[in-house]
Each structure stands twice: as structure tokens, then as C-alpha cells.
Write a protein that binds this ligand. Structure first.
Ligand code: NAP
Length: 331
């Protein structure tokens, strides 16, 4: 089988594509997935660069989420059979023609989700729902300002916020990213390259609610960096700021007096750690999201699809802000 291998830590261009023997028969409790698509995520780039908190032994195959068909089933596996369409979060190993995953990680796919959408679904949508509902306590009618709204987490957040009855405002740097967010239900946009974020978001909150509110109710921030303070200042009474990621590479320092004012809260989000600690709760969250997809309540956007050989380019495009939505690799 072909696999993308990280032999030494460095930029994505240091990845190599090699021919490897097929995987052996799966061990007890595991299944082999014949990969139809692998999702490309920010965390994969961090692994390859050696910038993630976990440093796998070299060489390793990156790729943390996958969709495909079950090709082999190990002893002791119940409820899954060869040929089933599944998605799985796997940490590493997805950028290949085959990947081995614990049977518990493989989830059957609804017909509504093709392989490319399925492979780019879990991290973005689970983070979005976990952030908005479990951490942010979003209630219907509230206004959610989404930073990086044309990125993977951002677009999923717009979709989920709309499904939960919120009013999403999409903040993004390009027209293509803002358009993608509007297509998923963003009710207003902020052009972060030209418009003052705080003033515009506050004015939009009044417009969208039809009430003289003092600002937005939630900020979803997977970006960090220069916009963070303006976004914080855009929060109204009782507003919550969700700290989700630092795609800009810059971890901002925020003035604590802005948290005191208007009884705001700063809320950390670590979906990955929560999902590992509470696998049953994560399984229930994912099942709920997949049901919503099946019902048409969520509409995940089709990702750009690159051949497996272009894994380095896909990671580079992500790191260079060129991707609208998600990218998937197809072996
Ligand atoms: N806390 C959690 O549980 C959790 C879970 C999953 C992911 N994350 C993290 O969330 C972050 C975003 O993930 P994602 O999948 O949404 O990434 P993405 O698809 O690459 O989107 C990130 C967005 O950030 C903005 N950005 C600003 N400066 C950037 C820069 N220098 N480089 C790249 N992007 C920049 C871009 O939007 P504009 O061009 O519009 O500015 C871009 O669209 C990552 O750091 C990831 O590790 C956190």
C-alpha cells in the first residue's frame, strides 16, 4: 500500500510517499479500514513539524481522521463487518491506503455523508458542538461571532450554531471564506481585513436580535492573534469567549478587566482531551451530529480533494490560509 511518511520532523515538504506492505490481519478488537478519504487537519501539520504536545516516534504516518470501508475485522469485534462504510478518528496513520483502528473508534456512516465529507467531519463538528453547547451554553436566539469562519472549525461552528437556533456572524479575511459561511447559514459577515471587528460585531448583534443588546453573546476563537482583543470587547452582558485554538500561531494576552466588565467569561475548550477522557460521551455527541446530518439539519460542505501524493501541498495550503473549509486526501 502507499503511505505518506514523516521520517524527520520539519515542514510538510519533508514528507515522503512510500510503498509499504499491506497491513497484517488486525489484532483482537481492531479493524482495518481501506481508506477512501483522509481528512487534513491543523493538528496533522503540528505533528509533522514537531510542534504538537505529543511527539510520536519516527517514522510515522500522519493523518488523524479517516473514512472508508472495513477491509478486515479482528477477533472479538462485534457489530462491524467487512464492507461496512465507517469514519474513524485515529490520531495518526490516516494518510495511507489502509489504517488500523480500534473497533470502538469506527462509526457507521449515514448515507447522506460521502467519504470526503465524512473524513473531514468529526474534529470540526464535534469541536463546534462541544464548544457551543457544552462549554458555551448557547441558547436559541443568541448571537455567535465566529472567527476564522471560513476555516474547518469556523464553518462547522456556523453550521452548528444555526442548527442550535443561534445567530452566527462570520468573521473571515476573504470573500470566498465569507461566502462559504453565508452558504452554511451565517446571518451576517465581518471582513476582518478591512472592518473594525468590535464595532461591526456589536452593531450586527443589535440588528440580528432587534434589541438594544450591548454586544454578541459568544465568541468562537480558533485563530488567536491580533483580533482576539477586539472580539473580546465585542461581547455583551454575560458574554462568553471560547478559547479554541491559535491557528495564527500567536497566543494573545487579554486584559482581565475586560472579563470583569459586563460579567463576561473566558472559557477554555479542549475537545480532544475531553473525548479521550469521556469516550462514551464523545460517541453520543458524534452519533447526535450524524443523526442531524441524516435529517438534513447539518450540511457539511464538500472539502477540496487532493490525491494522497499531494499531502504536503494540502498541509501547506492549510498553513498558508489558502483553504476554504476543509481538504481531504484520496488514495
Ligand atoms: N480546542 C480544541 O478542542 C480544538 C479542536 C480542533 C482544532 N483546534 C484548533 O483550532 C485551530 C483552527 O483549526 P481549523 O481546522 O479551523 O484550521 P483552518 O481550517 O486552517 O482555519 C483556521 C483559520 O484561521 C485563520 N488564520 C489567521 N491567521 C492564520 C495563519 N497565520 N495561519 C493559518 N490560519 C490563520 C484563517 O482565517 P482567515 O483567513 O479568515 O483569518 C483560517 O481560515 C487549530 O489551531 C486547531 O489545532 C482546537
Amino acid at each position: 500500500m502507499r503511505a505518506v511518511v514523516c521520517e524527520e520532523l520539519g515542514p510538510p515538504s519533508s514528507l515522503v510517499v512510500v510503498e509499504r506492505p499491506d497491513l497484517p490481519e488486525p489484532a483482537t478488537g481492531r479493524v482495518t479500514v481501506a481508506v477512501e478519504a483522509a481528512g487534513v487537519n491543523f493538528v496533522d501539520a503540528l505533528f509533522v513539524q514537531g510542534r504538537y504536545q505529543i511527539k510520536p516516534a519516527l517514522p510515522f504516518v500522519p493523518g488523524s481522521e479517516v473514512a472508508g470501508r472495513i477491509a478486515a475485522v479482528g477477533d472479538g469485534v462485534v457489530g462491524l463487518a467487512v464492507g461496512d462504510r465507517v469514519l474513524a478518528s485515529c490520531g495518526l496513520g490516516a494518510f495511507a491506503e489502509q489504517v488500523s483502528v480500534p473497533a470502538g473508534a469506527a462509526v457507521r456512516l449515514p448515507d447522506a455523508l460521502d467519504a470526503a465529507r465524512a473524513a473531514t467531519f468529526t474534529q470540526s463538528y464535534a469541536t463546534a458542538l462541544f464548544s457551543l453547547r457544552e462549554r458555551g451554553r448557547l441558547t436559541p436566539g443568541e448571537v455567535v461571532l465566529v472567527l476564522g469562519a471560513g476555516g474547518g472549525i469556523g464553518l462547522a461552528t456556523v453550521d452548528v450554531a444555526r442548527a442550535l437556533g443561534g445567530h452566527p456572524i462570520a468573521a473571515a479575511s476573504s470573500a470566498a471564506k465569507r461566502d462559504a459561511a453565508v452558504a452554511l447559514g451565517a446571518e451576517a459577515v465581518v471582513d476582518t481585513s478591512t472592518e473594525p471587528l468590535k464595532e461591526r460585531a456589536r452593531a450586527l448583534a443589535v440588528e440580528l436580535t432587534g434589541r438594544p443588546v450591548t454586544g454578541v453573546d459568544l465568541v468562537m476563537d480558533p485563530v488567536g492573534g491580533a483580533l482576539a482583543e477586539s472580539a473580546l470587547r465585542a461581547l455583551g452582558e454575560g458574554g462568553r469567549y471560547l478559547v479554541v485554538g491559535f491557528a495564527s500561531g500567536d497566543i494573545p494576552s487579554l486584559p482581565l478587566n475586560q472579563i470583569l466588565l459586563r460579567n463576561r467569561s473566558l472559557v477554555g475548550v479542549d475537545w480532544g482531551a475531553w473525548a479521550m477522557r469521556a469516550p462514551e460521551a464523545q460517541a453520543a455527541l458524534l452519533a447526535e451530529l450524524l443523526t442531524w446530518v441524516d435529517e438534513g439539519r447539518l450540511r457539511p460542505t464538500a472539502p477540496a480533494v487532493y490525491p494522497l501524493e499531494r499531502a504536503a501541498e494540502a498541509l501547506d495550503d492549510l498553513l498558508s490560509r489558502r483553504v476554504v473549509g476543509k481538504v481531504a486526501l484520496r488514495p
